[in-house]
Structure formats: structure tokens, C-alpha cells
Design a protein around this ligand. Structure first.
Ligand code: GDP
Length: 139
């Protein structure tokens, strides 16, 4: 089924000018970028977006990292977009990521791991609505 997921190209990747490389890997995996914008996340936005991790020891560091430079927020469309994107992203820790995945190819560390992708269709809808209005998504 064609559906949508939410993606972020994180500050470690924008800093190294890897937006195009990541996008080529997403497109190569069969995903269409149907909305995209480069933004500077505020501290409040990052804290709310990662609210589920608020009690984790790395929360403060993660929020500082996600606000350390521009990010590219995206809506991706494709067959089984959520699972397809998680597959091309690779494991959270690049040391565990499979060959050919974005995190294996470009991530710097478990925190600076270059991309975010929704983990369920339900969260994808919430995350898309957090950053995009309907008229910004052109499929
Ligand atoms: P994801 O769904 O693969 O992005 O992983 P999670 O939802 O578990 O974690 C969200 C984000 O928090 C990850 O993408 C990393 O940027 C960061 N993160 C996860 N685990 C750790 C950790 O153990 N240490 C640090 N510093 N950051 C982490």
C-alpha cells in the first residue's frame, strides 16, 4: 500500500553537505520526497518532538544536537513507506547498521546518526502534522 512517513536529515548530515547524498539513497530505495524544507529547530520544538525520550539520560544531549544546526524535514511516500524508510536508514547505532544503509554509509555516532524516520504509521501522521500543513505536501 502506498503510504507516507516522516523523515529528518539531521544536523551532522547537513553540516557535511550530505543532503543530496541522503536524498539519493532515499529515492534509490523507492521513496518519493513529496514535501521537504530546511529549518532550524527550536529547543521547544526538539523537546516536544523527542518528548517520548524525556526520561532517557541522553535527552539533553539529543536536544542540543538536534538544535545545533539546520535540519531537513521531509514527507516520504511509497509502498510500505514506514518500513521501507526504516530499512534504508539502518540501525540506530551505525556500528550495528547493515551495509548499504544510510547510517552505515554516513552516520557519525549513535546520536549523530544522520537521519530520523517514523517508527509506525500512527507516529508518522503525528510527526508529519507537527512540521507540515496539508498544502505543503504535493504527492
Ligand atoms: P531511532 O528510531 O533509530 O532514531 O532511535 P530511537 O527512537 O531509539 O532514538 C532517537 C534518537 O536518539 C536516535 O536516532 C539518536 O539520535 C538518539 N539516541 C538513541 N540512543 C542513544 C544513546 O544511547 N545515546 C545518545 N547520545 N543518543 C541516542
Amino acid at each position: 500500500m502506498t503510504d507516507r512517513t516522516f523523515s529528518i536529515i539531521k544536523p551532522d548530515a547537513t553540516r557535511r553537505n550530505l543532503t543530496g547524498k541522503v536524498n539519493a539513497m532515499l529515492e534509490g530505495a523507492g521513496l518519493r520526497i513529496v514535501a521537504q524544507k530546511r529549518i532550524q529547530m527550536s529547543q521547544a520544538q526538539a523537546e516536544e518532538f523527542y518528548g517520548v525520550h524525556r526520561e532517557r539520560p541522553f535527552f539533553g544531549s539529543l536536544v542540543a544536537f538536534m538544535t545545533s544546526g539546520p535540519v531537513v524535514v521531509q514527507v516520504l511516500e511509497g509502498d510500505d513507506a514506514v518500513a521501507r524508510n526504516r530499512e534504508v536508514m539502518g540501525a540506530t547505532n551505525p556500528a550495528d547498521a547493515a551495509e548499504g544503509t544510510i547510517r552505515k554509509e554516513v552516520a557519525e555516532s549513535i546520536e549523530a546518526n544522520s537521519v530520523h524516520g517514523s517508527d509506525s504509521a500512527e507516529n508518522a501522521a503525528i510527526e508529519i502534522a507537527f512540521f507540515f500543513s496539508d498544502d505543503e505536501i504535493v504527492g
